[in-house]
Design a protein around this ligand. Sequence first.
Ligand SMILES: [Zn+2]
Length: 514
Amino acid sequence: MADLILLNANVMTMDPLHPKADGVDIKNGKILSVTTNDDLEKWKRKKTITIDCKGKTVLPGFIDAHCHLYALAESHVTLNLEPHHNVRSISDIQTKIKASSQQLPSGTWIRGRGYNEFYLAEKRHPNRWDLDQVTSAHPIKLTHRTGHAHVLNSLALQIVGISNETPDPLDGLIDRDVKTGEPTGLLYRMGDFLSRKIPPLENHQLDRGMKVANDELLSMGITSIQDASSHNAIEQWKMFRRWKDTGFLKPRVAMMLGTESFSAYRKQDFEIQTDKSQLRLGGVKIILDETTGHLRPAQAELSETVLGIHQSGFQACLHAVEEKAVEAACSAIEYALRKFPKPDHRHRIEHCSVCSPSLAKKLAALGIMVVTQPSFIYYSGDRYLRTVPAEELKHLYPIRTLLKSGVKVAASSDCPIAPANPMTGIYAAASRMTETGEEVLSEEKITPEEALRMYGETAARTTFDEGIKGSISPGKLGDLVVLNGDPTKDPINELKDMRVEMTILDGQIVWEGR
Ligand SMILES: [Zn+2]
């Protein structure tokens, strides 16, 4: 009576009670049984789709616990300026913009993203004058690979109203020429400001980008995703809803709210119809910013914000990169827990890039979860080795230390900041290798199985979903991937090239490798 049966598989259930099986059968989108080939044969009926896995590995669908779907969709319909796309100098950026400007009518915005000054020959950010050389007829907005800095040309600066006289905003920074005081076009932490001034992409453009992104996510075996964008509000919710309803976005989505929209939500300025398994709210995202040298928000304000989130029964998701920020996040959660103790709160720190063993112990004691990005070691490790101060480098993405201290660590890609492929993350967590083959803290290696768990059960825990996902167990959602290798047996250096051959979501085959 099964709808779908997978036979002759190396099923790694990730369920410690029954770690292995020959196959799985699924009915109405849920896993019925995880058992032997003989048992599964019994459930075959005329309409049952049967897949012979020929010994291939079957795993729970991957969960990406932190990404940015709008930016991901946008990335497929804007200029890609990542180093991997042959952008190695400012003149490469100019060439791409030039080509685009020749196709677009004057006045149309040109948008590019993903440039990385570390990999540019000039070793600096582009500025307004570099961009002005290409066109003065089109406003240009370039987004840094982190999403936290932008470069505008002179026309764009004029449109958004930034001149020599404009003061720095409270939580951002307008970079200026040291001699003349003139804005250079580089803006730090002003994304929200810019999104209010620059017209968004049109729906049909974003939809086109989302369709490409959706194919990409499914081809990597990602069946659930959490959107961690700090500006998320009702507009983003509506967009995700539309993408869900049209089928442009297949993976299950949990959307975090920004702090502002969270207040609006609590005041019931808007209502949200959640549909638990497909689209739902996640926690509340707070950015702890250190770009200006001072922590923003300041500790007292941060603690009160976290307390408010905690009291309302939501999870606080604190973006903290440097150790000072991680400490501040920790203190804020500690403050909330002291006022209103709650054992299973699952407040989380996003990134937690620098964390000493003593701080890791503190996180564990407070029950704080960490959402890390192992593939940053692969994609950015070469830069870390050259630019991160030695004191911080020795505690960089210390995944082994965190796990050993008892912290629950989930993995994510932060895409489009890094490509979404979980296999790259699993490889990086198990090898600590950079793209060029250098090692970043070999003592922080974890096993491939531990890494798989970070994209499975632990990632499910970050949204209280471990009862329905993260392992292949009867009653759980029918989200599975078929891999062309065995991550726990094959050599570690083969992990990054391992491919997903099939992705099953809700018991449906949503992607098949070619
Ligand atoms: Zn992020």
